[in-house]
Design a protein around this ligand. Structure first.
Ligand code: TXA
Ligand code: MG
Length: 323
């Protein structure tokens, strides 16, 4: 299969992406978080093809992406009262809500679970695609299973070229890590995957207490410890550890540095932004770049700051390190 590279700003290309999806083909689409590998969610065969293309186990649930709130009724059994304030505040945006699925939703989408993860993504091109064609798409991140999530069309091509019909290039993703996943019950709410939206931001719009993400407590199917991984082994080092290791830095070492005061020489280095938004947006692209730099055989990451806004970044780095 020859994977087409379509440009989001071209109306004819956008129309072509819509027709491909309607015809049951797979199209990688830009979102504000990471690129998604989209299939028409009402077509179980199309959705099944996602698992083959990614080489992902079939029992992993996918996230449903809709274009507006009116579409929600078709996919969930009921819309609980707590949805509206969250949707008003955070949609379109990087928040996935788990809701009881409508009986018509195929088990292929939810991995056999009774719930479905739903969000309205904040990307103008994807939103117009979904709205124009009255589409809802199931879309995991557009990377081979357990590899780095893509934040540029070229990352998608590097992993899935020849395995999918098209990539819609909508530029670099603006947010950069995957959406926050939230489960709400009458007793309380719980973050199942750390993401760009923090527990305290969610708490302001929910009556029940919100439990923050805790990596060792939650075992969502499909949210494995080894995930978001570059090809080179990655180590996450504190500043003191990196200082101690510095004499070993050589041409095979890729460095993701946070502070500005490291020696001027040694290794292939990328300086990361000091603020969490900038860091988040740059993260996967920086890891791709180091991973693809000829000669680089290991990646050392200087630990970023801690704090609630950095939780998703820490989570992705720890998974990339396999720790
Ligand atoms: O930002 C994002 O969420 C991106 C973009 C493309 O929207 N998507 C994404 O999808 O990260 P994916 O497949 O890489 O991760 C989806 C994860 C699953 O691995 C699983 O952990 C969780 O969402 N999930 C989905 N549906 C679920 C459900 N019904 N119950 C529990 N967890 C669910
Ligand atoms: Mg993923």
């Amino acid at each position: 299969m020859n994977t087409l590279l379509l440009q989001a700003e071209r109306a004819d290309h956008l129309a072509q992406a819509g027709h491909l999806l309607k015809a049951g083909q797979l199209v990688a689409v830009p979102t504000e978080t990471v690129y998604g590998l989209a299939a028409d969610a009402s077509n179980p065969e199309a959705v099944a093809a996602i698992f083959a293309a990614k080489q992902r186990p079939r029992n992993h649930p996918l996230i449903l992406h809709i274009g507006d709130l009116q579409q929600l009724d078709q996919w969930v059994k009921a819309v609980p009262d707590w949805v509206e304030p969250l949707a008003r505040q955070f949609w379109p945006g990087p928040l996935t809500l788990l809701l009881d699925k409508h009986p018509r939703v195929s088990d292929v989408v939810t991995g056999g679970l009774p719930t479905i993860g739903v969000r309205i993504p904040q990307h103008p091109t994807l939103l117009s695609l979904l709205r124009q064609h009255q589409l809802a798409v199931a879309a995991p991140s557009a990377n081979p299973y357990q590899k780095l999530s893509p934040t540029r069309a070229e990352h998608v091509m590097a992993g899935l070229n020849g395995r999918i019909a098209a990539v819609l290039d909508g530029g670099p993703c603006q947010v950069g890590t995957e959406s926050t996943i939230l489960r709400v019950t009458p007793e309380g709410a719980e973050i199942l995957r750390a993401g760009p939206i923090t527990a305290s931001a969610l708490q302001r719009h929910l009556a029940v207490p919100v439990r923050d993400f805790a990596p060792h407590r939650v075992a969502v199917s499909g949210n494995h410890k080894v995930h978001y991984r570059p090809n080179c082994p990655l180590s996450l080092l504190t500043r003191a550890e990196l200082q101690a290791q510095w004499p070993r830095v050589d041409d095979t070492t890729g460095l993701l540095l946070h502070a500005a005061d490291w020696p001027a020489q040694g290794g292939h280095r990328i300086a990361m932004p000091a603020d969490h938004q900038g860091y988040r947006q740059a993260l996967y692209g920086a890891l791709y770049r180091l991973d693809q730099t000829p000669g680089v055989a290991r990646i050392w990451v200087e630990a970023p700051p801690s704090g609630p806004e950095w939780l998703d970044i820490w989570d992705r780095l720890q998974r990339a390190a396999g720790t």
